[in-house]
Design a protein. Structure first.
Length: 77
């Protein structure tokens, strides 16, 4: 994992937390710019909003996946 075969799946986001769903092959993140929780398929498509927080500055400090659900903590700065 030296970065030689890296892939860019998403641009224009300020990701502050990441979580991988190995079963569904999805990458989740919290976008500091929008406050949304979003995800994309690791197969290279299907970017979608999971939860529209609706305001800038909601930081997710932790994110976890379990049983097909996404859990996160957030704080307004």
């Amino acid at each position: 994992m030296d970065g030689n075969n890296r892939h860019v799946w998403v641009t224009g986001v300020y990701a502050v937390s990441l979580a991988l769903d190995y079963e569904a092959n999805d990458l989740y993140w919290a976008d500091h710019n929008t406050g949304n929780i979003e995800c994309i398929s690791l197969n290279g498509g299907g970017k979608r909003v999971v939860s529209a927080q609706g305001s800038q500055g909601h930081n997710s400090f932790g994110m976890s996946l379990s049983g097909g659900r996404v859990y996160w903590t957030s704080s307004s700065l």
